[in-house]
Design a protein around this ligand. Structure first.
Ligand code: ADP
Ligand code: ZN
Length: 521
């Protein structure tokens, strides 16, 4: 407790922190599954600086991201903590110094190493064994522990070398931490690290201070964003995520032209420019950072008041992680997602393209999984009825009572205004129409036009088809939404056909159809 205040300048523990710290100080193996922003770092940084307890010596932290380690090491140094960072780029002189210190009595409290350094260098292992022999290792910390599991997308080859930590250093406690792991992965991680009688800490992934807002995307959304920012978060810090580098630059420029202090940030920039942009944003001299998803890992800005997804994310996990960067200080913050069916289609096409380009790296099965995940997030976005928290937490296998959302999602907030419109008959007619048109090499757009009772130029005429004009009474937007929903729900499928001028023809895939309703306000 004394260290919490004096070293880390914090007032009290958050959920599971004290419990995890106590367990590791008692010399137990510990597994911490905590959402991003939950405060995992403290669970190993605080015990590392504690004198007393059953453990003493150096806390060795293995973490996959060098940039993240550097930030943590700098922050700890600023707090007066004795800490070293050791990776493959560490200059010889500094390496020698670290090695000398590890075997002296004046050891650092924390040693951050990359898995690559542990794996590739025999001398590192020899040295650690020597320190171990002198009872000088307090514990191993495996940060982002999901990287060790081949179940996950983030599997890291170098993390494999951690399989032998337990045998190489018997009796040294291990603490594994991650923000993302389902039960299979948890079991896998425990097995690989050979954790014994491990103290397991998990908590709800609900972030009660985040307001989930999902809105349909129309055009570039610049004016909408400017209005929203000026109204809800003037001069406050935020992130806008975009799909591509070019888009980041374009959107940032658009925002600047309307008077918002915005800068783009992506991997194509010189590292100096990136650092400068990040620094300005962290010091609030730039308010909004417009970035690709590469931005954010390991960035610790507690008062991000909004995260906007300008384009539909490709995975739910990514969406959760990125939205999780808002409101780390616990104050109310917004997560805004703009979605369109076109975005979903584009995501699918991008996956298909990279699979075609790299058929040996990306299997057909991987492609199928990618499409399924993209579909999941599209279904989440286009659901205008169910509490968004229920849907987000469902992804993590968590049941959530929507009454506890407290109108902190736009579906709960607008519930009273909701009128459900049953479109099952219209959707059925659309399915029948598309079925009869299946061999005509038509695009989705053609089908929508015919559905609304219009001919399509040279092709046709289609007036004599049984469901021609079945959607006459519907607006263009509603027809587009309904067709989009049928696509996302896998009732329709779009396929590219070379002979249809680069467009996509629509085929009927499944015969059965259950029912469809659209909610409107
Ligand atoms: P994670 O690694 O789980 O994403 P971090 O360890 O980076 O989370 O912590 C997220 C933020 O929460 C940081 O700004 C950190 O200073 C803050 N934090 C952590 N523990 C506490 C606490 N007990 N009280 C207040 N703030 C905390
Ligand atoms: Zn809700």
């Amino acid at each position: 407790m004394r260290n919490l205040r004096s070293v880390f300048n914090l007032q009290s523990f958050r959920c599971n922190q004290l419990e995890a710290i106590t367990a590791t100080l008692e010399g137990r193996d510990v597994f911490v599954l905590m959402p991003t922003g939950g405060g995992k770092s403290l669970c190993y940084q605080l015990p590392a600086v504690c004198k007393g307890g059953k453990t003493k010596g150096v806390t060795v932290v293995v973490s996959p991201l060098l940039a993240l380690m550097k930030d943590q090491v700098d922050a700890l140094k600023n707090r007066g903590v004795d800490v070293c960072l050791w990776n493959s780029d560490t200059p010889q002189e500094e390496s020698t110094q670290i090695q000398n210190r590890l075997v002296s009595n004046n050891r650092p409290m924390l040693l951050y190493v990359t898995p690559e350094k542990l794996k590739s260098s025999e001398s590192t292992r020899r040295l650690l064994r020597r320190v171990y022999g002198e009872q000088g290792l307090a514990r191993f910390v495996i940060d982002e522990a999901h990287c060790i599991s081949t179940w996950g997308k983030d599997f890291r080859e170098a993390y494999r070398c951690l399989d032998t930590l337990r045998d190489d250093y018997p009796g040294i406690p291990i603490i594994a931490l991650t923000a993302t792991a389902n039960q299979n992965m948890v079991d896998d991680i425990i097995q690989r690290l050979k954790l014994k009688d491990c103290a397991f800490f998990t908590q709800s992934f609900n972030r009660p201070n985040l307001n989930y807002i999902v809105l349909p995307k129309k055009g570039k959304m610049i004016d909408e964003m400017v209005t929203y920012i000026n109204r809800e978060h003037p001069r406050q810090g935020g992130i806008v995520y975009c799909r591509s580098r070019a888009k980041c630059e374009d959107v940032a420029k658009g925002l600047r032209e309307k008077g918002i202090l915005a800068q783009h940030y992506h991997a194509g920039m010189a590292s100096q420019d990136k650092e400068e942009t990040q620094r300005m944003w962290q010091q609030d001299s730039c308010h909004v950072i417009v970035a690709t998803v590469a931005f954010g890992m390991g960035i610790d800005k507690p008062d991000v008041r909004f995260v906007i997804h300008h384009d539909l994310p490709t995975t739910f996990d990514g969406y959760y992680q990125q939205t999780g960067r808002a409101g780390r200080d616990g104050n109310p913050s917004d997560c805004v997602l703009y979605y369109s069916y076109a975005d979903f289609g584009q995501n699918v096409k991008l996956f298909e393209k990279s699979q075609q380009e790299k058929p040996y790296e990306i299997s057909r099965e991987t492609l199928r999984n990618q499409v399924e995940e993209a579909r999941l997030i599209m279904q989440y976005a286009s659901n205008e009825v169910t509490c968004r928290r229920v849907l987000v937490l469902q992804f993590f296998g968590e049941k959530f009572d929507p009454a506890l959302c407290k109108r902190m999602c736009n579906n709960c907030a607008s519930h009273e205004l909701l009128v459900e419109e049953n479109l099952t008959n219209e959707a059925r007619a659309a399915v029948e129409l598309v079925r009869t048109l299946a061999d005509q090499n038509l695009t989705t757009d053609h089908c929508r036009t015919i559905f609304r009772g219009r001919e399509i130029g040279k092709k046709g005429p289609f007036g004599h088809y049984p469901f021609f004009g079945a959607g006459k009474g519907m607006s263009v937007d509603l027809v587009e939404q309904m067709f989009g929903k049928l696509l996302v729900d896998d009732v329709f499928e779009e396929k590219s056909l070379k002979n249809v001028s680069g467009w996509h023809a629509m085929y009927l895939k499944v015969d059965s159809f259950l029912g469809y309703s659209k909610s409107s306000y």
